[in-house]
Design a protein. Structure first.
Length: 300
């Protein structure tokens, strides 16, 4: 009993520095941002605290009901961007995970090569795809023209109907290795004896995939989908580098809109409110993920 208490106290001591760091650099800014969203702080009242009065939910209401409300469209854009990106990232990553989990000549090399897109800084990847989707001289237009798929260069980043597709393609390319590596990790936990038993029972590859592989790596799949949603939903740098939310707000995400409100328009309270809405959505997703994990542990 005494040793158990010592171990618990030692655990608290080791966790204390991390807890202090989180409180100072994460907890305090979040609380301040939350308070800021209920005030009327802008470029005129930023330096004069006497004029910074509490306005309740006025900033939130105005974001959704204002004449030039963009937040609703930004939320829809962010959901479309997230869902489509995760869909292709997961299935392509899952296919590559199944491929590279097999032992064949060059598998380690090609698996390492696929990690380049994940290791590359997002701003660099954004600039790369911005040049690739350029109207003049862009490799995408040149490829389509050479294949006779189009008759004239397409305005990928200037057309509201095409710009979202361009940043989604870029984000898919960046996120595939993340999905692949997590799923490969899950695949390595499946004992080979289970596959041998299924082959002896006459199971084909399709049955093995859906009856053994997918159920066995379900926790890894849930982690990939949840983390992918969180990482994709809060994407800022890629969209900012490629389109800055344009054209005509067609690629405006919640993250880019919050940034514009705070640092372009200097409406700090509204920017804080938009950021809090982003946090609230991700917080709900996080709670949902924790509940799923706890349910999985109870079943096991």
């Amino acid at each position: 009993m005494k040793n158990k208490k010592i171990r618990i106290r030692a655990g608290f001591v080791f966790a204390l520095p991390a807890a202090i760091y989180m409180l100072i650099f994460v907890g305090y800014p979040m609380i301040q941002n939350f308070i800021l969203s209920f005030k009327n702080v802008d470029v005129y009242t930023f330096a004069d605290t006497a004029q910074q009065s509490f306005v309740g939910f006025a900033n939130y209401i105005e974001l959704f009901e204002g004449e030039d409300s963009i937040l609703s469209a930004a939320i829809v854009n962010t959901l479309v961007f997230t869902v489509v990106s995760i869909f292709f990232q997961f299935f392509i990553g899952f296919g590559l995970a199944l491929l590279f989990s097999k032992k064949f000549k060059g598998s380690s090399f090609f698996r390492g090569v696929t990690m380049i897109s994940w290791l590359l800084p997002v701003t660099v990847a954004g600039l790369l795809f911005k040049f690739m989707f350029a109207s003049k001289g862009g490799i995408i237009n040149q490829l389509f023209l050479s294949l006779k798929l189009i008759d004239a260069p397409m305005e990928w980043l200037l057309d509201p109907k095409l710009a979202m597709a361009a940043i989604i393609v870029a984000n898919i390319w960046i996120g595939i290795p993340f999905n692949m590596m997590l799923l490969i990790t899950g695949l390595t936990t499946i004992p080979e004896e289970i596959y041998e038993s299924s082959r002896l029972d006459g199971a084909n590859k399709r049955q093995t995939l859906f009856m053994i592989t997918i159920p066995m790596i379900r926790p890894a799949i849930m982690s990939v989908l949840t983390l992918g949603f969180v990482y994709t939903f809060k994407v800022f740098d890629l969209a900012w580098v490629m389109t800055k939310g344009g054209p005509v707000n067609s690629t405006e995400l919640v993250s880019t809109y919050a940034y514009k409100l705070s640092f372009d328009q200097f409406q700090f309270s509204k920017g804080a409110a938009a950021a809090n809405i982003l946090f609230l959505i991700l917080f709900v997703v996080g709670i949902f993920y924790i509940k799923l994990i706890n349910d999985e542990e109870e079943v096991m």
